[in-house]
Write a protein that binds this ligand. Structure first.
Ligand SMILES: NC(=O)c1ccc[n+]([C@@H]2O[C@H](COP(=O)([O-])OP(=O)(O)OC[C@H]3O[C@@H](n4cnc5c(N)ncnc54)[C@H](O)[C@@H]3O)[C@@H](O)[C@H]2O)c1
Length: 250
């Protein structure tokens, strides 16, 4: 066990698969009870069952981060089961690879709604519970694209992830009086299903920008999530942590 998260409850959005699932698994391995929320109900229930089979405290809940009622319901289910929420990991996200010329307003709005508005409204809904926690943590999954504008992704993805960094900093200020730390992680290119949204050539081009010469693994983001969830990170807030193999230094 790297960190001691015993007695803590973590809500992870977009946890049916990929970075969200592995983050939930690593938080659970460090002792947290985990609430896995995802729009993909069948897969999130199965993923939570896998964690329970390994002996972890976990529930899967259907959750669409663009729907306030669905967010509230997921949080109530989690609080009902485990008694509170100490850690929120805003991980649910979708990609867009539309060009400037081809972008449709509907796609623009959807990506902003899931990635940016979803992050904000999940925090808003969880806030009352976080304020009751002894060591409340908010961890927002942004992206390298939110830092540098991106190479292959669309402008709505870049805007959404840049927005996540901005609200991470703003909320760190506003929530500090409640001892709530708010930090962002910017993954570079990580081997998950989301990369299927790019052509193989585009993924190769991304790889060529990575100093360490390989894609990252979800476990490498989950380790950063566990650190920012831990007691050891109590003095870290408003930070944007880059985990990208050296693709960006700034
Ligand atoms: N993989 C990468 O290279 C990479 C790089 C930078 C940032 N990220 C970010 O990491 C996060 C996780 O991505 P991933 O690579 O694991 O992708 P993924 O596609 O494997 O997982 C995303 C999960 O979010 C869920 N989701 C989508 N819309 C949702 C909604 N409205 N409500 C709730 N859940 C929803 C999906 O069902 C899926 O389970 C995303 O925010 C993504 O933007 C990923």
């Amino acid at each position: 066990m790297m960190f001691n998260l015993k007695g803590k409850t973590a809500l992870v959005t977009g946890a049916a698969r990929g970075i969200g699932f592995v983050s939930a698994e690593k938080l659970a391995e460090n002792g947290a009870a985990v609430v896995l929320g995802d729009i993909n109900e069948a897969q999130v229930l199965e993923s939570a069952a896998r964690l329970r089979e390994k002996g972890h405290e976990a529930i899967g809940v259907p959750m669409d981060v663009t729907d306030d009622g669905s967010i509230r319901n997921a949080i109530e289910l989690g609080v009902g089961k485990f008694g509170g929420i100490d850690i929120v990991v805003n991980n649910a996200g979708i990609l867009s690879a539309a060009t400037i010329e081809n972008m449709q307003r509907r796609e623009w709005d959807r990506v902003l709604d899931v990635n940016l508005s979803g992050t904000f409204f999940v925090i808003q809904a969880a806030l009352a519970h976080l304020k009751k926690s002894e060591s409340p943590r908010i961890i927002n999954i942004s992206s390298l694209t939110g830092r540098n504008g991106g190479f292959e992704g669309s402008m709505c993805y870049a805007a959404s992830k840049g927005g996540v960094i901005a609200i991470t900093r703003g909320m760190a200020r506003k929530l500090a009086p409640f001892r709530i730390t708010v930090n962002a992680i910017c993954p570079g290119s990580i081997e998950t299903d989301i990369l299927k949204g790019y052509s193989p050539e585009a993924v190769e081009r991304q790889k060529s920008n990575i100093l360490l010469g390989r894609l990252g693994r979800p476990e490498e983001i989950a380790a950063a999530v566990c650190y920012l969830a831990s007691a050891e990170s109590a003095f870290v807030t408003g930070v944007t942590l880059d985990v990208n193999g050296g693709a960006y230094m700034g």
